[in-house]
Write a protein that binds this ligand. Structure first.
Ligand code: BTN
Length: 255
């Protein structure tokens, strides 16, 4: 907490050597009434989870694994905006901390030269009209080396250390990230999605590319033509029709 310049993000911190999933812990704390900004950090997760029920794997002490409790006053269908806000915040923090320009693949995978550097998983508890709480889960590959990744990920995942060729301190990166996340989140709550959307567009590497997207078990191919006001991906199908996808898994095709 020393050196952390935030108003409420990370004021309450729970640090674990080992935990199932920081998102799971944060969801439980949120349910118990822990305040907005409560931070759960772990050195190791035994049941780290990613989007689409995939596991999220990282060896102890090498990645930055954390979750934040948020209590925005928001209707559930606007939650995808928060995930885009977060992607842009993380991209900026990594740039400030390391000088690296990372790209965002819609909605919020952070890539460096096409390889995955960071994942974001937002989970929520909501009634029909109102979000009760959100958990923002962020996993950044910081000090892993190639062999730390399972063989099937070695060609598609990367870490700050692999890119920069030296170890990176995790604590100052986390502190800067919390400051930026708090600023951007407060701006989002005050001014809406438009300012973050602009920043997100500055980092994204999806638009203009040929992509495949699977949405609810169906696959579509086309050109990623734009991002709507609410953060949905607009896909131009080969026939020229434009469809809007508010969630899905994107594969960037070779040019
Ligand atoms: C993805 O790209 O699929 C999202 C990965 C999110 C991983 C982070 S690590 C910290 C937090 N706790 C979890 O169990 N998942 C998120």
């Amino acid at each position: 907490r020393r050196g952390l310049n935030t108003r409420f993000f990370g004021k309450e911190v729970l640090h674990f050597q080992r935990v199932g999933s920081t998102n799971q812990v944060a969801l439980e704390l949120a349910r118990k009434g822990y305040p907005e900004g409560t931070l759960v950090v772990a050195e190791e997760q035994t049941a780290g989870r990613g989007r689409w029920r995939r596991p999220w794997l990282a060896p102890p002490g090498k990645a930055l694994l954390f979750s934040l409790v948020l209590r925005p006053s928001l209707v559930p269908y606007r939650v995808p905006e928060v995930t885009l806000v977060t992607g842009a915040s993380v991209a900026r923090a990594i740039h400030e901390h390391t000088g690296l320009r990372v790209g965002i693949k819609w909605p919020n995978d952070l890539l460096y030269e096409g390889k995955k550097l960071c994942g974001i998983l937002v989970e929520m508890e909501a009634a029909a009209e109102q979000v009760n709480y959100l958990v923002l889960g962020i996993g950044i590959n910081v000090n892993q080396e190639r062999d730390d990744f399972p063989p099937e990920l070695q060609d598609t995942a990367t870490s700050l250390r692999m890119i920069l060729g030296e170890k990176v301190l995790r604590l100052p990166l986390l502190q800067r990230l919390l400051e930026i996340l708090e600023d951007d989140y407060q701006e989002y709550c005050r001014d809406g999605f438009a300012p973050s959307r602009e920043r997100w567009l500055g980092y994204q590497v999806t638009l203009g590319r040929r992509v495949r997207i699977s949405v609810g078990g169906k696959e579509f191919s086309g050109e990623a033509a734009g991002v709507a006001e609410d953060g949905s991906l607009l896909l131009r199908l080969p026939g020229g029709d434009l469809i809007s996808c508010n969630s899905g898994e994107v594969v960037l095709c070779r040019e």
